[in-house]
Design a binder for this molecule. Structure first.
Ligand SMILES: [Zn+2]
Length: 361
């Protein structure tokens, strides 16, 4: 007898629903095979990192496929919170909106606000409509602890920073008027500096083609470094990364790729397109805006402001970006320059700005 029960039309395969979202045949068959063969405890409150390994997928790809599978009611997402001080389990929620904003730990009395990249962990449970898990066998906390030790728990921010999740499950998880905190996010704003001379010389159609190619460069480079292009603002893009080094590397590669694009189109001198990039890292909040998740707060505002202060072919960033060792090493290798103190709107203290300059002239 098939393990797929009558919830789905008899004889039909619930996993084929993933095809319409662009999930590949081999990915679907990997998930089907795994769901068929796994022990009950491997499909109950499972660590998505462990599943990625089992499905032989890159971590972020597995997260995207699980997001689509949750959207199609094959898996249930479960948000668990753990004390940031003693690591004890605090509570579990079906949606982000059900997560408490702050807590007092009953074990160690630690008081803190909840952060999506600290206390909140994502787990997934296979829906009973796909396969019924034996209630006496599925719940195995020791097994889960072992897996978490080996793979590390998946912090909620990692799925929230995926475009697919924000677009298709964001609002369902976090209705408008709700917000949740993030301890650390690297935010970069890129703005395209395209000359009016270039538009006049090439005409709107070809100029637009180049501008469109610039967007593709930024989107694909951000994705390559596991970041997320959150939104476009005019000719600008706001992107977010979990770590500062990836944001820096991605920003540098965007600038270099755009310089190559200039060469392909023979754009010289004042005609060349330049990226003005601003980068800042720190806490922010996640909210639902226009039916999708977005990031807000002063970290976002400062990054945006830095982009407008940049001159072109450069990355203007704050000292906070270098607080992470790997980012410091990347910036040092690229030869960053310490610049003037500048007053940033909304900040009482002037901020010392750092710069990576890729100007070829
Ligand atoms: Zn505690």
């Amino acid at each position: 007898m098939s393990i797929f029960t009558s919830y789905f039309k008899k004889g039909s395969d619930p996993f084929t629903q993933l095809e319409q979202h662009g999930v590949q045949d081999d990915e679907i068959s990997a998930m089907k095979t795994y769901v068929h063969q796994a022990q009950d405890r491997e499909l109950y409150l499972a660590n998505p990192r462990f599943l990625a390994k089992k499905l032989d997928m890159a971590e972020n790809r597995a997260i995207d496929v699980l997001t689509l599978a949750a959207y199609e009611n094959l898996w249930q997402l479960v948000w668990e919170t753990y004390c940031s001080s003693c690591s004890m389990f605090l509570e579990s929620a079906d949606t982000l909106a059900d997560i408490r904003l702050d807590y007092t730990c009953p074990y160690c009395q630690n008081e803190d606000v909840i952060h999506l990249d600290e206390e909140v962990v994502l787990r997934v449970t296979l829906k009973k409509e796909v396969r019924v898990l034996d209630p006496t066998r599925r719940d195995d906390p020791n097994f889960r602890a072992e897996i978490d030790n080996q793979y590390g728990p998946l912090k909620a921010l990692q799925i929230i920073n995926r475009k697919i999740f924000r677009e298709i499950l964001g609002e369902r998880n976090l209705p408008a008027n709700n917000s949740l905190g993030v301890q650390h996010l690297a935010v970069f704003f890129s703005d395209l500096k395209a000359s009016t001379a270039m538009y006049q010389r090439l005409g709107d159609v070809q100029a637009y083609e180049i501008v469109r190619k610039h967007f593709n460069i930024v989107f694909s480079t951000v994705e390559k470094y596991a970041g997320s292009a959150v939104k476009t603002i005019g000719d600008g893009v706001m992107s977010t990364f979990l770590d500062n080094a990836s944001a820096l590397k991605s920003a540098m590669e965007c600038i270099r790729s755009l310089q190559t694009l200039n060469d392909e189109y023979n754009l010289m001198g004042d005609d060349r397109l330049r990226l003005k990039i601003g980068l800042h890292a720190g806490p922010c909040i996640v909210v639902t805006m226009d039916h999708r998740l977005d990031y807000f707060g002063s970290t976002v505002n400062v990054a945006s402001r830095l982009s407008s202060l940049a001159e072109g072919d450069d990355i203007l960033f704050s000292r906070d970006v270098l607080a992470q060792d790997e980012a410091f090493q990347v910036a040092q290798k690229l030869g960053y320059i310490t610049g003037q103190r500048e007053y940033i709107k909304g900040f009482p203290e002037p901020m010392r700005l750092l710069c990576l300059d890729f100007d070829e002239e």
